[in-house]
Structures are given as C-alpha cells and as structure tokens.
Design a protein around this ligand. Structure first.
Ligand SMILES: Cc1ncc(C[n+]2csc(CCOP(=O)(O)OP(=O)(O)O)c2C)c(N)n1
Ligand SMILES: [Mg+2]
Length: 319
C-alpha cells in the first residue's frame, strides 16, 4: 500500500510541476489552480473508493481527477485545448470529467457541484445502488447558500454521500478567520445532524483508513458523513507561481506543511530501487501525456458551437 500511495501522490505532484513549468509557453490554454501540497486529500479518500463510486470536485481538481482514475492523456490534452481532451478542449483545467472513472464533474462556480453530488446520490438511492458519492469542495464553498441547502437535503433524504471539505485556510487571499464568524466547518455539518470530524490532510494513511470506516456506514444506508480535512496550498490561488510576496500570508505559515509533505515522507520510506522504478515509470507516463497533447489537433472551427449545452429533448426529437 505504501508504494501504491507514493505512486499516486508522486504522479500528481510531478504532473502539476510539469503544468507549472510548461505554463509560461502558452501551450496550456486555460487558467490552472494547482493542488500542490493538497494531493494527499484526494489520494487518501479516493484510494478507499470503488471504481463505480462517484466523485464531484472543483476547479482545483487535477489531483481528484487523477486520484479517482481519470485518463491522464485526456487531461493534459484538455489543458492544451485539444480535441482529444476530456471535454474536447472546451472545458479546460477547471472542468475535468471522466464518467468511466466515476469523475462526474468539476466547476469554476464555487459550490455548485455540492448540489450536483447530492442529486447524483439521490439517483443512486432511488436505483437501489450501493455506490456512494463523494463531494469535494473548499472551505470557501461552505459560505455559499447551496452548501447549507444541500446538507439539509442530504440528511433529510438519507443520501449515500460523503462530504469532504478541503480546508486550505484560504478563499483566494482571505483567511477563514476573516470570513467566518465561527471558523468551525464541522460544527456547520453537525448543526444539520451530519456526523463530522476533522482530519490531517498530510496523513494519507489516516485519511484512507478513516474514509474506509466511514464509507461502510454511508454505503450501508447510514446517511451522509462529513470530513473536514486540514491542508495547505503551496502555490498561488490560480497560476503556476507563488504568492507569498503579496503579503496576505507569510511564507513561514507554509513551512510546517512542506516539512510534513507526505510525498517526501513516503519516498524516504521506500527502498531506493522501488522508489526509482516508480519515479521512472511516472516520468515516462507524464512525458507521453504531454507529447500526446502536443501532437493532438485543436477542435475544428465547425465544432465551435457543438457539445456546449444540453439541448431540450423536444429539440433533439425534432431533428
Ligand atoms: C459562486 C462563485 N463566487 C465567487 C467565485 C470566485 N472565486 C473563485 S475561487 C474562490 C475561492 C474559493 O475558495 P475555496 O472554496 O476555499 O477553494 P480553494 O480555492 O481554496 O481550493 C472564489 C471566491 C466563483 N468562482 N464562484
Ligand atoms: Mg480554500
């Protein structure tokens, strides 16, 4: 399991470092919200999921997409705006989707996919499926009305949904304590009658184990559960660089998170040979994905207006 978790973490870290490196070349056609520093949240939780379980995420979704098994080539091609991308080059980094892997979508609009996740969970329940849905969102999203409305609906309908709040302390440049009168996100969930607990986002084993335990209850019809996972964003809110020079947070605040980085920690716990083999495989896979994206065509001009909205059934039938 250690090698598997290291591989998943290292793969996401290196992919995003490559995205950051290539970004200046303008090959990447959409804004990028990097998860560097936050990878263990997606990896810990998703490693506990079955392939037929479903996830919904946010514009900061590279880690989630890859941790749940989303196709790497289609992701990089999507960032390049190519026709081979996971939304045919029309969604970019903020709208990754891979239905076959159970990655049902991400959105640039803060909070929206929380309700989408509950809707999907409602459908699963009506179909008597024992798959579960995991809804990932940030601490800022808990200030949106849709968050509270969805929690209330989920608990009333006893939905098979796990809410995972990736609390990185900030919404863009504003700290949680300057945005929330009571900076206690678990308390918000508990107020609706949902069991909630706070976990360490650098403890990938702890996240995996606790998610496995919690999902037993969610899968068995026990209703929603809530995890608030403490984590930290190392880079700027959007873009490839750092933002400590802006003055809204001190670089010293990041240092303990870097010191506890699970990518480095797990690497040091593997044998030299095992680590080198994993790293070489991952580097090859990432290089191949960038080459695939580079070689892929842009969508044809005639594709400009296709696949951009769901037509009404009547309009489809009239064709
Ligand atoms: C409905 C809505 N309001 C505001 C924004 C602008 N916005 C983009 S990201 C963001 C911060 C969200 O912070 P958080 O939920 O903590 O996620 P993080 O970026 O930290 O991962 C805001 C306010 C938006 N995209 N959508
Ligand atoms: Mg945040």
């Amino acid at each position: 399991m250690r090698a598997r978790l290291f591989r998943a973490l290292y793969r996401i870290r290196r992919l995003e470092e490559e995205v950051a490196r290539v970004y200046a070349s303008d090959r990447i056609k959409s804004p990028v919200h990097l998860s560097i520093g936050q990878e263990a949240v997606s990896v810990g939780v998703c490693t506990a999921l079955r392939p037929d379980d479903i996830v919904f995420g946010t514009y900061r979704g590279h880690a989630l997409y890859l941790a749940k098994g989303g196709d790497l080539n289609a992701m990089v091609a999507e960032l390049f705006g190519k026709a081979t991308g996971c939304t045919m080059g029309k969604g970019g980094s903020m709208h990754l989707i891979d239905p076959e892997a159970g990655v049902m979508g991400m959105s640039a609009v803060v909070g929206t996919t929380i309700a989408n996740a509950a809707g999907y969970a409602y459908a699963l329940k009506l179909r008597r499926s024992d798959s579960v849905v995991v809804s990932f969102f940030g601490d800022g999203a808990t200030e949106e009305g849709v968050f509270t409305e969805t929690l209330n609906f989920a608990v009333l309908k006893h939905l098979p949904v796990l809410f995972v709040c990736e609390n990185n302390g900030y919404a863009i440049h504003t700290h949680q304590t300057r945005r929330q009168g009571r900076a206690d996100i678990c308390a918000k969930a508990e107020a609706f009658g949902i069991p909630a607990e706070r976990l360490d986002g650098n403890d990938v084993f702890g996240l995996l184990t606790r998610t496995q335990e919690v999902l037993k209850s969610v899968r068995a019809g026990g209703g929603p559960w809530f995890l608030e996972v403490s984590t930290y964003r190392w880079r700027e809110h959007v873009g490839p660089g750092r933002d400590f020079q802006l003055g809204f947070r001190a670089e010293a605040e990041c240092e303990p998170w870097i010191a506890a980085d699970p990518v480095t920690r797990l690497a040091s716990e593997l044998s030299v040979g095992e680590r080198a083999a994993i790293e070489a495989e991952v580097e090859e896979e990432i290089a191949a994905a960038f080459a695939f994206a580079e070689a892929s065509p842009f969508p044809a001009p005639g594709e400009l207006m296709t696949d951009i909205f769901q037509e009404e059934p009547d309009a489809l039938a009239a064709r």
